[in-house]
Design a protein around this ligand. Sequence first.
Ligand SMILES: *Cc1c(COP(=O)(O)O)cnc(C)c1O
Length: 382
Amino acid sequence: MSTDADKLKPATIAAHAAGAVDVAGAGVVPGVHLATTYRRGADNALLVAGNAYGRDQNETVRQAEEVLRQLEGAAATLLFPSGMAAIAALFRTLPNGARVVLQSGIYWGATAWIRDFCSRRDLVLDEVDAPDLQALSAACVSPADLVWIEVPSNPWLKTVDIAAAARIAHAAGAVLAVDSTAATPVLTRPLELGADFVMHSGTKAINGHTDVVAGVLSCRDKTSAIWQAVGIDRHDAGAIIGPFEAWLLMRGMRTLPLRIERMCVNAMAIAKFLQAHEGVEAVFYPGLTSHAGHEVATRQMSGGYGYLMSVLVKGGRKRALDVIGRLHLFHRATSLGGVESLVEHRHTIEPDTGIPENLLRLSIGIEDAGDLIADLKQALMA
Ligand SMILES: *Cc1c(COP(=O)(O)O)cnc(C)c1O
């Protein structure tokens, strides 16, 4: 059978960890490479070219990156110790005075850090409701440097047309970067739609087992000055992931397409149940035909609409908190993308950012959909 990555489907790439095996012992599963430094021969040449020192030269990390690179259809992929470290690595390549266009209403941690970074570094920052392509065009005044979007966005599940955003960004001389955490490379491949960079919090569905913090950055053109600078920055400034975390990530990714498939089916069933429930004011999920981004999501997501949704509960803050207080199966916890379903009252986390007090964000896991619906039903009933 051909092992040409281009011909293999995501389920095969993931299950085989892109061909990573244990060469020394013929094990089916690769070992964890823990060495922090590498030997040289009598002639003082490295015994293995490219392996000099463990601060960013590690075989286990490279193996995990190769799985992600193939799943993403990327020219190159680098791992970071967190999603935020991946975001920071890209922003740090911008020269002082550069212009950034940022989608408004996205992951709060990213918004807060980008605002602070831009003000400290004298970058010009424009925040815009990017799904509105006219507004995005108006914000992309030439010359711009970087356009940052998150698709679907968290917690509103807004859906930017990535191909259109790429055209708009490029016309202004900017590169387009997409935070694709909520889609994963299984559902959307932004680079194929024209994006220049794609970022994921590997902490979420890519690892999927709620036991690794990691970040991923991939590019369409590995010869670009920005990508070169990202690589140099990771090596020199040292924001590296540990080999054990990379190994766990690779192990988690073996079932990524399978988990995503189940999470999407569960999420769709739950979104439909909640939409029909009299105790619910609104459901934000790209899979619902009532969702503003449904058409765009149908075009640029394949295999499902993701595992994340937000719900407005009728009756305000107290009722929303009462409902989550009665849930037995959903853990009340932040984060998303794990095999276990989570619920979060977002206003508690970001009180001053316009998040409604009756908004609950649900991350749907791989449990039985009927069990999850029964849990939501009893919590909404009282
Ligand atoms: C969690 C998250 C991040 C940040 O990733 P960390 O791994 O927590 O640093 C960025 N973007 C989105 C959409 C996220 O959900």
